[in-house]
Design a protein around this ligand. Structure first.
Ligand code: GTP
Ligand code: MG
Length: 136
């Protein structure tokens, strides 16, 4: 069984979509939320988390956006949960995301795409250590 890091981004919190999105995750058979926290992210945390994108044109706006308000950080556990939450989220660009997916249903702007989910086992391990050092 797997563990993944999920962040409900500041747009989700501002728009009152926390319950909607957590509900979709909770309703998947056998998945469990094992940690959950509302928190504001500082620059150091964001630099660690999004380090792979440093130097790209969207990096600074991304970090500004991610520090524009609190996020909800969750650890989700269960069968193929890494691939599974990515599938629930849909592609990065919400306009390219199919209706039925979180980004497809609620997003229009690439940066404000509602949710982050670890993209591999290696990323999950790395990101869980950043956000929930006690859990991993
Ligand atoms: P995360 O789960 O947030 O990591 O999204 P992702 O894995 O679908 O995308 P990726 O890691 O490639 O990029 C991280 C975030 O940067 C995305 O979620 C977007 O918010 C933003 N981003 C990525 N690519 C672009 C882009 O081409 N333009 C803009 N404006 N933002 C981008
Ligand atoms: Mg990513």
């Amino acid at each position: 069984t797997q563990r993944t890091l999920v962040l409900l981004k500041p747009d989700t919190v501002r728009r009152g979509l926390i319950g909607e999105i957590i509900g979709r995750i909770e309703r998947k058979a056998g998945w469990t939320i094992s940690a959950l926290e509302l928190r504001s992210l500082d620059q150091e945390t964001l630099e660690q988390h999004y380090g792979e994108h440093k130097g790209k044109p969207f990096y600074e706006p991304l970090v500004d956006f991610m520090s524009s308000g609190p996020v909800v950080a969750l650890v989700v556990e269960g069968e193929r949960v890494i691939e599974g939450v990515r599938a629930l989220a849909g592609p990065t660009d919400p306009i390219a995301a199919a209706p039925g997916s979180i980004r497809g249903d609620f997003g229009t702007i690439v940066r404000e795409n509602l949710i982050h989910a670890s993209d591999s086992e290696e990323s999950a391990e790395r990101e869980l250590k950043i956000f929930f050092p006690g859990v991993v």
